[in-house]
Design a protein around this ligand. Structure first.
Ligand SMILES: C[S@@+](CC[C@H](N)C(=O)[O-])C[C@H]1O[C@@H](n2cnc3c(N)ncnc32)[C@H](O)[C@@H]1O
Ligand code: SF4
Length: 453
């Protein structure tokens, strides 16, 4: 696929990432603690759990995650003490809730010592029952993750490690302030495999400073040689209005739409040649990996933690900035660490934002997730599940899709909507047509979101 001039506005369009719908910046402030307790008391088992661990050894200049560089090591203990209060105080319907997945994300969970990780997992197991087949996933920064930590995680029952790599190139890593030794990446993957972990993931980024096509081609060669089961290829999201430290990168010049598309297409081509299957638009997996199998069978789901093979489970978020996702709404704990600490230590709710989902929100959430996961909507299924005539109810949305249809990115008939091969990489733009909040009068997609590619 070439970047024909008519695609440039789509590549540059600011679109939500659609790990949730409605997307967090448009949430209303529905923060009634009684409602949170009500959702928790009615949570359906099995559920899933996300724990946010915000600490990192250093701050990468590109980072858009909620993270802090802790001045003192004992911040880890204080954080776990607070998490303990939060976990023990959860108003769950049972003492120990069945869950299918626990995800430790960050920040960098492996900033914590093996003893701290053991304390955390022990605490979680007190209230959550992962059973024999539950998954425990952990995000890790290869530079600070030691062999002992990988062994400790295996001992604690971790099923999967997801590693940030971003680039292998010294020039890029220097520009973004991320010291990293390539040999640690292979060593961690090898050790995790020996322990029987599967679904091992590596995150790579494109559009970073100095990451010209030849550099990115080498990044791809190096990651392919390591053969992780899964890969996420994230376009650098430059959002300095939310993350002012990213301004440090502006001096290097940011990649143009043309370069970003070139890099993204290169990733698709090279990974396909190397035997990887595209999942959604920015994830890839080896064909035998369960994510790839689920994608082929149309069983993929997506939430704040990315793509998953598990059905639509309700999600309990723990820790600063974590998001809980229930059938009827979302809420997010404060991202401000000292405010979070203060609230939790005083046994006060730490929720900062929330939103109840209307029937229309829930319908659109299902449509957008269907597109992001399976690149297709079956009107018969939509009609049966939502008791609507989709072509009539969604007439205005389908009208918005016309220009994308004319460009051959999407095909619509009275049976289904299909994102074409040409449209796969612009699926965020297709999903955006169904986003009621982007199209409300007076509401601008504006600079709140990153570029589509
Ligand atoms: C919590 S980090 C992963 C674990 C660990 N902290 C690390 O960096 O190795 C999550 C991932 O988000 C991605 N990420 C962070 N900032 C980003 C940005 N501005 N644009 C796109 N992706 C970003 C990176 O690929 C990163 O690996
Ligand atoms: S990319 Fe990872 S290691 Fe770097 S600052 Fe963000 S969360 Fe921390």
């Amino acid at each position: 696929m070439e970047l024909s001039p008519e695609l440039v506005p789509l590549v540059n369009a600011r679109t939500p990432r659609y790990t949730s719908y409605p997307t967090a910046p448009v949430w209303k402030d529905e923060v009634d603690p009684a409602w949170q307790d009500e959702c928790l008391a009615q949570v359906q088992a099995p559920a899933s759990v996300y724990v946010h661990l915000p600490f990192c050894a250093e701050q990468c200049s590109f980072c858009a995650c909620n993270q802090v560089v802790a001045g003192r090591r004992d911040a880890g203990t204080r954080y776990l003490d607070a998490l303990e209060r939060q976990v023990r105080g959860l108003a769950l319907p049972v003492e120990r809730l069945a869950v299918q997945r626990v995800h430790l994300g960050g920040g960098t969970p492996t900033w914590h010592t093996p003893a701290e990780l053991a304390r955390l997992v022990g605490l979680l197991r007190e209230r959550f029952d992962l059973g024999a087949h539950g998954e425990l996933d952990v995000e890790a920064d290869p530079e600070i993750t030691t062999d002992e930590q990988v062994d400790a995680l295996a001992e604690l029952g971790a099923s999967r490690i997801s590693m940030g790599v971003q680039s292998f190139d010294d020039g890029v890593l220097e520009a973004v302030g991320r010291p990293q030794r390539a040999e640690r990446i292979g060593a961690i993957l090898g050790r995790a495999r020996k322990h029987g972990m599967r679904g091992l993931n590596v995150d790579l980024m494109y559009g970073l400073p100095r990451q010209v096509p030849e550099v990115f081609a080498r990044d791809l060669d190096q990651v392919i040689a390591l053969r992780p089961d899964r890969l996420a290829i994230f376009g650098y999201a430059h959002v300095p209005w939310i993350k002012p430290h990213q301004k440090r990168l502006e001096g290097y010049g940011l990649s143009t739409a043309e370069t970003r598309l070139e890099l993204f297409l290169m990733a698709h081509r090279r990974l396909a040649e190397a035997g990887y299957q595209a999942i959604g638009f920015d994830h890839f997996a080896l064909p035998g990996d369960e994510l790839a199998v689920a994608a082929r069978e149309g069983r993929l789901h997506r939430n704040f933690m990315g793509y998953t093979t598990l059905p639509d489970l309700e999600l309990i978020g723990l820790g600063t900035s974590s998001i809980s996702q229930f059938r009827t709404g979302f809420f997010q704990q404060t991202s401000h660490l000292s405010r979070w600490w203060k609230a939790v230590e005083a046994d006060q709710p730490a929720i900062e934002k929330g939103m109840r989902l209307s029937w229309d929100d829930q319908l659109r959430q299902a449509l957008i997730m269907g597109l992001m996961c399976n690149l297709r909507l079956d009107w018969g299924q939509v009609a049966a599940r939502w008791s609507i005539d989709p072509l009539e109810y969604l007439a205005a949305d389908l009208l918005r899709l016309r220009p994308l249809q004319d460009l051959g990115l999407v095909e619509v008939d009275d049976r289904e909507l299909r994102v074409t091969d040409r449209g796969r990489i612009l699926v965020r733009n297709v999903a955006a047509a169904f986003d009621a909040y982007l199209h409300q009068p007076g509401v601008e997609a504006g600079p709140r979101f990153s570029r589509a590619i």
